[in-house]
Design a protein around this ligand. Structure first.
Ligand SMILES: *Cc1c(COP(=O)(O)O)cnc(C)c1O
Length: 392
C-alpha cells in the first residue's frame, strides 16, 4: 500500500486509538500494557487526570503568546521547576534536542565570555554511544552509524571518549574545553549504567579544569531512576541539566535547561529563542508535572518497584532466559540471547500477548513503564516475558 508517511520509523505493527494510565487500546479494541511509556515521555501514564485537567483549563484561557509578550505562568513555571531541582535559572524550549542545542550554545558562550577560550575554539567532550537528539550538530557527534552517516558536513568542536572511562574523559579535557555533555545513564544505547565511581570522577575532573558538567537527563530524569534526577544516584550535581520528555506530561513537548544562572544569564535578548518555548499551555502542563513530582510518590514508587523489577530480571538471567539485564528504577535494558531471536521478534511476541516494549540495537529490549504501573501489572508483564522467552 502506498504510504504518504516518510519511512523514518519502523513501529511494531499496532495502531493505537486510546490510552489510559498504563494501558493503550488498538483499533481492533485489543488492550496492551505500555512498557515503553513514550521512552519516558509518559512517566505519569496516559492522560493523567491532573495533567489533562491542567491542559484543559489552560485551553480555555490562553495557549500561545510567543516570547514577544510575557504571560502569567512563565515565571511561576520557571520558579517551581528551579525549586524542584535546586537550580537558580531555567530556559524553556520544546523538544529534547532543542534543550541540548541550547546547552551547547550556553556552554560555548560561557567558555568565550567567562572562561576566556579564544573565539571559535571551544570544545565539548561527549561519550561514545551517546544519544542526544537528531539535529545535524547533535548527530555529528553520534557514533551510531544510522544516526550519523550521510548527514555531514558536521559541526566541529566535539571530542568523543568511551562512556564509563573517567580517565579517558579527563585526558580529553584541555584549555579549550567548555563542557562535558553526558547522559548519566545511556537510554538509547540500551540503558547502560556506568561504573559507580564514574560520574563522581567526571564531576571532579570538570571542577578541577573549570569545565561545565552538562547532564542530559531528558530520559533519565523526573523519577525514572527512582530518584528525581539520575545524577543523585551518585551524589553528582551538574552545572546544567537538560529536561524534556516527561516534563510535558505526555501532552505537549516541553523541555528546559535548568542550572547555574551564571551560565544561563549569558543568553541575553536576541541570542537565543523559540516561538513555542515556554508557551502558556506548556507551562500549565509543566507546572502540573512539577506538582506531581513534588509529592515524591512517583519517585518512590519507581525506586521500590524498580528494585522488584531488577530482582525479577536478574532471576531471568540466572535461569539463562536472558543474557544480561541492566538498569535502575523502572528502567531496564534486557539483552536477548540471539538463540531466542532478535529483540524485535521478542517484542512482536510480547505484543501478541498484550505487552508493548521496544527493541534497540538488535538484541536489547528496552522497558520504561509508566511510573503509575501497579506491581500486579508489572508482574503479569514479566510473567509474559518469561513465557515468551521460555517458548523460543
Ligand atoms: C529523547 C532524548 C533526546 C531528544 O529528545 P527529543 O524530544 O526527541 O528531541 C535527547 N537526549 C536524550 C537522552 C533522550 O533520551
Amino acid at each position: 500500500m502506498k504510504s504518504f508517511l516518510a519511512p523514518n520509523y519502523a513501529p511494531l505493527p499496532v495502531t493505537l486509538t486510546a490510552g489510559d494510565g498504563s494501558w493503550v487500546v488498538d483499533e481492533r479494541g485489543e488492550r496492551y500494557l505500555d512498557l515503553l511509556a513514550g521512552y519516558s515521555a509518559l512517566n505519569f501514564g496516559h492522560r493523567h487526570p491532573s495533567l489533562v485537567a491542567a491542559a484543559r483549563a489552560q485551553l480555555e484561557r490562553l495557549t500561545l503568546t510567543s516570547r514577544a509578550f510575557d504571560h502569567d505562568l512563565l515565571e511561576p513555571f520557571a520558579r517551581e521547576l528551579c525549586s524542584l531541582v535546586g537550580a537558580s535559572m531555567m530556559l524553556p524550549m520544546n523538544t529534547g534536542a532543542e534543550a541540548v542545542e541550547t546547552a551547547i550554545k550556553a556552554a560555548r558562550a560561557w567558555g568565550y565570555e567567562v572562561k576566556g577560550v579564544p573565539d571559535g575554539e571551544a570544545t565539548i567532550v561527549v561519550a561514545s554511544g551517546n544519544f542526544h537528539g537528531r539535529t545535524t550538530t547533535i548527530v555529528g557527534f553520534s557514533d551510531d552509524d544510522d544516526a550519523h552517516r550521510g548527514f555531514g558536513p558536521f559541526a566541529p568542536g566535539f571530542r568523543v571518549v568511551p562512556f564509563g572511562d573517567a580517565d579517558a574523559l579527563a585526558a580529553a579535557i584541555d584549555s579549550t574545553t567548555v563542557a562535558v555533555l553526558l547522559e548519566p545513564i545511556q537510554g538509547e544505547a540500551g540503558v547502560v549504567v556506568p561504573p559507580a565511581d564514574y560520574l563522581p570522577a567526571v564531576r571532579a575532573a570538570c571542577t578541577a579544569a573549570n569545565v561545565l558538567l552538562v547532564l542530559d537527563e531528558i530520559q533519565s530524569g523526573l523519577g525514572r531512576t527512582g530518584t528525581l534526577l539520575a545524577g543523585e544516584l551518585w551524589g553528582v550535581r551538574a552545572d546544567l541539566t537538560l529536561l524534556g520528555k516527561a516534563l510535558g506530561g505526555g501532552i505537549v513537548p516541553v523541555s528546559a535547561v535548568v542550572g547555574d544562572s551564571r551560565v544561563l544569564r549569558l543568553l541575553t535578548p536576541g541570542r537565543h529563542g523559540s516561538t513555542f518555548g515556554g508557551n502558556p499551555l506548556a507551562c500549565a502542563v509543566g507546572l502540573a508535572v512539577v506538582d506531581l513530582l513534588r509529592r515524591g510518590s512517583f519517585v518512590e514508587h519507581s525506586r521500590v518497584l524498580g528494585a522488584h523489577l531488577h530482582s525479577r530480571l536478574d532471576e531471568l538471567v540466572s535461569r539463562g532466559l536472558v543474557k544480561e539485564s541492566r538498569g535502575v528504577g523502572l528502567w531496564a535494558g534486557i539483552d536477548v540471547d540471539p538463540a531466542a531471536g532478535t529483540a524485535r521478534e521478542v517484542c512482536e511476541a510480547l505484543m501478541a500477548r498484550g505487552v508493548l516494549a521496544k527493541d534497540t540495537h538488535g538484541q536489547t529490549i528496552r522497558i520504561a513503564p509508566p511510573l503509575v504501573i501497579r506491581k500486579a501489572e508489572l508482574d503479569d508483564a514479566l510473567d509474559t516475558l518469561t513465557t515468551v522467552l521460555s517458548t523460543r
